[in-house]
Design a protein around this ligand. Structure first.
Ligand SMILES: [Zn+2]
Length: 394
């Protein structure tokens, strides 16, 4: 039986995605790992093998980001050497401890492929690779060079995109970052900053607590003040695409023994800011607020993490044309959106206009029985290909 062009694309998508899900590229997320090769190596080898018939037109480069992480950078020359079109999706996945026995055994369930990483983010990787290979198969030269980064370590410290940026040789014209957005272009997302805050007290025997100062009780005041601060920020800052700023206490520790007032209490803060806000200056403003509304002795740790927000102008010609490409393939229901989570896009969005756009539903990412619709992967490949060919005048 002769297959149609569509089913041919679906067959290719299933084949490459199955091969990628089957290999372990689980990010240790800071935990110890016994393997002596980078987390992404096996997935990179799968893509390198897949690209063997296309090597005459593509340049492949493994980029070592750290002893643990690696990128694969694939380049396709264009008609001109204008600023490149950047496509990026990540090869690492979150762990699958709660369904380990089947997470790396991909299966088809109707039109969905199920397995760890199918949706986040190997479906996007597959769609980008297939968009590129389709250009080679049809002898099409895009108007500008295309750089596809299959990145490492998105899920933990983003060393992949940060290293790519440091090693960057080309000027970037635009960036498309594949993450599960159901094919809606995400133009803005929040930024995040995390650090530890400690209230200092003084220990005393619990029979004479008035001789010390209970740091846990001091922390109760701080947590209440953080709640009021979040309300204030939510009144002052709004964004049509997403909920307001969020200050969340995620961990708490205080006290040393059961019979002394605690001399220290520490919390971990996760602070999510809107696209117009700067994470570092918002941290400083929060610190100032606490020193105004309490007279506690408080110290603040260094940033455990800072990821910038994404703040692309939705009215820009870039966004209009990306949206048009999505609608041509996936219908008029596609709209520009925002997201409450962070992505690698934020790390280059000061260099070029960038959107997050890919197949799959974020609700399935990081979940048990993670899945992706193969039809959406095929549609994403068509959208990426249109963008590769159409966005030449930006
Ligand atoms: Zn992801």
């Amino acid at each position: 039986m002769r297959m149609t062009a569509t089913s041919d694309a679906a067959t290719q998508a299933i084949e490459l995605l199955t091969a990628l899900v089957r290999v372990d590229s689980i990010n240790p997320m800071g935990r110890p790992r016994s393997a002596r090769y980078p987390v992404e190596r096996k997935a990179i080898e799968v893509i390198e093998d897949w690209l063997t018939p296309y090597r005459h037109r593509l340049t492949l480069e493994r980029q070592s980001c750290s002893p643990e992480h690696e990128n694969l950078v694939i380049r396709l020359a264009g008609l001109s050497d204008r600023p490149v079109g950047l496509f990026e999706a990540h090869l690492d996945t979150v762990p699958a401890d709660d369904w380990a026995e089947r997470a790396l055994c991909p299966v088809l369930d109707g039109e969905d492929l199920v397995g760890r990483g199918a949706c986040d983010d190997k479906g996007s990787v597959v769609a980008m690779v297939l968009a590129l290979t389709r250009l080679v198969e049809t002898d099409t030269v895009p108007p500008r060079p295309i750089v596809l980064v299959c990145a490492g370590d998105e899920e933990y410290a983003q060393t992949g995109i940060k290293h790519f940026r440091t090693a960057l040789r080309e000027e970037i014209g635009y960036g498309i970052f594949g993450e599960p957005t159901r094919l809606h272009p995400v133009v803005q997302h929040k930024g995040t900053i995390r650090w530890d805050l400690t209230v200092h007290g003084a220990s005393a025997h619990t029979s004479r607590p008035e001789l010390g100062f209970n740091a846990v009780l001091g922390m109760v005041q701080v947590i209440a003040a953080l709640g009021r601060y979040q309300e204030k920020l939510q009144r002052e800052w709004r964004n049509p695409y997403m909920t307001g700023p969020l200050v969340t206490v995620t961990m708490i520790h205080g006290g040393r023994t059961r019979n002394a007032t605690p001399d220290e209490c520490t919390i971990a803060i996760d602070f999510r800011v809107l696209p117009d806000m700067n994470p570092d200056s918002e941290k400083n403003a929060l610190i100032d607020y606490l020193s105004e509304v309490t007279d506690l002795r408080i110290t603040h740790g260094a940033n455990q993490l800072m990821t910038p927000p994404l703040n692309t102008n939705p009215a820009s010609p870039f966004c209009e044309r990306v949206l048009a490409a999505c609608r041509q393939v996936a219908g008029d229901g596609i709209e520009l959106r925002g997201a409450p989570y962070g992505t690698d896009a934020a790390w280059v969005s000061d260099l070029c206009p960038a959107v997050v756009l890919g197949p799959g539903d974020i609700a399935s990412a990081h979940a048990v029985d993670e899945r992706i619709s193969i039809r959406e992967v095929v549609d994403a490949a068509k959208i990426y290909q249109r963008i590769m060919l159409d966005l030449h005048t930006l």
